[in-house]
Design a binder for this molecule. Structure first.
Ligand code: ADP
Ligand code: MG
Length: 717
């Protein structure tokens, strides 16, 4: 049988290879208990003595360190519960700067000294761990002679038990810090940013007369896009295995031109997989709400109900992990890369973001009464100011090599950061600026209670799918986040820039009110001034259009096309001042991140480039030469045009391979200089090899071509 036909048949046979069907009865409610494996507040209420529980809450509310005795009590309850649920090990689960998660498992059992084992898990084990941290990226914060890194329990994100067919592990969400107290992870800055926003937001609420809210939380719901392909193809493609994306592949006859996939019926095998993922996520308390097909063939989306950002980020990371691990039970591989297939829509992660009080009020919900409406306009103004002032930082927060293939490719928001307000809210701001606030459009339903302020729409129905940052009724949607990224840093940035803007507007409002004005009198002026200064970032049109690129340039908005362009924003004066003033990241911590991200960019693209060179030389070139030999065997004077055609294509290919080999022998360099070299020299050389290779794919005999083709990978399941 010819080459990939065999793979294709295997890929298409899902019943025989779906050995997991029926492993757990997904139709039985008892197998679908939400939060069954979570050490949740509800479970804590059941299991912890009342005094311990009260003490714990007091400690958490006041942000104090846990007393050792208290930690011991909690640890012992947690251990009992974990053992009952089949866990044999525990791990401090943390988020190093690699962007993914890390875990080191320790057994609950230790030697009792008499030939038996006892279970052992103390308060100290719960609160603090010391993983051998020397191989995690630190951007120079931790030189090897002070190689200690500590993990510290985050009691605000519930511990959970992760099941494996052969056992279970208690996962304890933790932060990761150097012994000098610097953040070596993504969680610490996120928590700090939530504190900063809470401080600023509470200050604002007090100005608006709200005395009851005690804390403000940001919330996220991340819509995750991903591809699912049969593993038969995955393992036949060294590029997918080593870099998560295809480095070769000609455009197939059928792409997504027919628009027949988006929201189409979900293939049976895929649905079976989704149900399994969702069941496992439900067990560990991740509230999945939505699933559907996405635009590209073999592309799907999963979205949760929104949660407090700290928990939401942890849950998002678990979602990515389980999407990948459960896929293997269905002989699928889940690709989270932003652009696995050239010419086919890539994947993003829409980060829905809002803020709310501990009493459940959503601060981006246009309110039910005049006070709330004023407050809503105030918060929106702060966001506009924040996004405009820190466009570059927001762009840097979502940077990465995968994103460079997606942003601006007319399928995802461009690399230019702007805000979409919608026509109604947009109009209100326009009126606010003109000082002519006589009311919103026809749909307006709520008065602001003064003659000088407009009415607000209850729910702006209009949607914009092209904006990187869109107001969607009661939240903002940061749509430019990459599918493979942790949402942690993008949200850290959002919270921090919002905190700065809210504080700044509070300063101005207080100053105006000190002069004797009422809130209602003082507010329009403060908002007008901020809006006028920042409205360049508001754009309600088509962000994919040429005109927008030109218009954005006229407005002076940043257009940082590539990762090496964007990363220096992390250490700009404006960024350092922002993170310092809000107490979220020190200059040293920012420099560390800059260094780590630049190095990751260079390393990742370098792996791609070497893989591309190797596939080209050892797989594709031999196939093309065999094809030529086959033609030549037909004898002199026969089929000469075909021989000439392929001969030329092979020559072009060989030249391109040599070009890539040259580029891959890059100068010794590091950091951003190396990243720039790779972008400017290596990437174009890879592109050259790809173009020549794809041209050969179109003419070489199918049974000689060593890689599964796009048409197969994307359409057979
Ligand atoms: P769409 O953006 O496609 O219109 P939805 O309105 O259903 O979809 O919301 C998409 C995501 O936004 C969901 O994950 C949802 O949980 C999240 N979301 C809704 N409200 C909020 C909020 N207040 N804060 C953060 N995320 C939210
Ligand atoms: Mg959405």
């Amino acid at each position: 049988m010819a080459r990939t036909s065999e793979l294709n048949l295997t890929a298409a046979q899902w019943s025989p290879n779906g050995g997991t069907l029926g492993r757990t009865d997904l139709t039985s409610a008892s197998n679908f208990t939400f939060g069954q494996k979570v050490f949740s507040p509800a479970l804590q209420r059941q299991r912890l003595p009342k005094t311990v529980l009260q003490q714990l809450h007091r400690t958490l509310d006041n942000g104090e360190p846990l007393a050792p005795g208290l930690a011991d009590m909690i640890a012992s309850t947690m251990r009992e519960w974990a053992l009952e649920n089949g866990a044999t090990h525990f791990t401090h689960w943390f988020q190093p700067l690699t962007g993914s998660t890390a875990e080191k498992h320790d057994s609950f059992f230790s030697d009792a000294g008499d030939g038996t084992a006892i279970t052992d898990f103390s308060g100290k084990d719960l609160i603090r761990g010391e993983p051998d941290a020397s191989s995690f990226p630190t951007g120079g914060i931790r030189s090897t002679f002070e190689a200690r890194g500590y993990t510290a329990w985050d009691p605000t994100s519930p511990a959970f038990i992760l099941d494996n067919p052969n056992g279970a592990v208690l996962c304890i969400p933790t932060a990761f810090t150097s012994w000098t107290g610097e953040a070596l992870d993504m969680k610490i800055p996120l928590l700090r940013s939530m504190d900063a926003l809470s401080r600023a937001g509470i200050r604002a609420l007090r100005l608006f007369g709200n005395e009851s809210a005690r804390r403000i939380f940001t919330t996220i719901g991340s819509e995750q896009e991903y591809f699912l392909i049969d593993e038969a193809y995955y393992f036949a493609r060294p590029d997918l295995v080593s870099s998560g994306r295809t480095l070769f592949g000609a455009k197939p006859a059928k792409g997504h031109e027919l628009d027949d996939h988006y929201f189409g019926s979900i293939p049976e095998r895929v649905l079976a997989y989704m149900l399994d993922v969702e069941r496992q996520l439900a067990k560990i308390g991740v509230p999945i709400k939505t699933r559907h097909n996405e635009v590209a063939p073999a592309q799907y989306e999963i979205a949760p109900i929104f949660e407090n950002t700290n928990v939401g980020v942890d849950h998002q990371l678990m979602t990515m992990q389980l999407l990948k691990s459960v896929a293997r039970s269905y002989d699928f591989v889940c690709l989270l890369h932003e652009k696995p297939f050239a010419g086919v829509n890539g994947s993003g992660k829409h980060n829905n973001w809002s803020m709310g009080t501990d009493l459940g009020e959503n601060l981006f919900d246009p309110g039910d009464n005049p006070r709330q409406n004023l407050q809503f306009l105030f918060m929106c103004t702060a966001v506009i100011q924040a996004v405009n002032r820190h466009q570059g930082l927001l762009r840097a927060a979502i940077a990465g090599p995968g994103q460079d293939h997606r942003l601006g490719a007319n399928e995802a928001p461009p690399a230019i950061i702007s805000i979409f307000l919608g026509s109604e809210l947009g109009e209100i701001f326009e009126q606010l600026e003109k000082g002519n606030l006589t009311g919103g459009g026809e749909r307006a339903t709520m008065g602001l209670g003064t003659a000088t302020l407009p009415e607000l729409p209850k729910d702006t129905g209009d949607r914009n799918r092209t904006s990187p940052f869109a107001f969607t009724g009661n939240k903002f949607e940061f749509r430019a986040v990459g599918s493979s990224d942790s949402p942690s840093f993008p949200n850290t940035v959002l919270n921090t820039i919002a905190a700065e803007a809210v504080s700044d507007l509070c300063d101005k409002l207080e100053a105006a009110m000190d002069g004797g004005s009422s809130l209602e009198e003082a507010l329009p002026g403060v908002l007008r001034e901020s809006y006028a200064a920042n409205k360049q970032v508001v754009f309600n049109g088509d962000n994919y259009s040429e005109e927008w690129h030109a218009e954005a340039e006229r407005r002076g908005l940043l257009n940082l096309r590539t990762t090496p362009d964007a990363l220096p924003q992390l250490t700009s004066e404006r960024t350092v001042e922002l993170f310092g003033s809000q107490g979220v990241l020190s200059e040293r911590e920012l420099e560390a991140r800059f260094e780590v991200y630049a190095e990751q960019y260079a390393t990742k693209v370098n792996i791609e480039a070497e893989t591309a060179a190797s596939i080209a030389r050892t797989m594709l070139l031999p196939a093309a030469v065999r094809h030529l030999a086959m033609l030549q065997a037909t004898g002199e004077g026969v089929l000469w045009e075909l021989k000439e055609e392929i001969g030329k294509k092979i020559e072009t290919f060989v030249d391109a391979i040599q070009g890539l080999d040259d580029a891959n022998r890059h100068p010794d360099g590091e950091g951003i200089e190396l990243a720039e070299y790779i972008r400017d020299t290596v990437l174009p050389a890879m592109e050259g090899v790809r173009t020549a290779g794809d041209a050969l794919e179109r003419v070489v005999a199918d049974d000689l071509w060593p890689l599964p083709k796009y048409g197969e990978i994307l359409h057979i399941r």
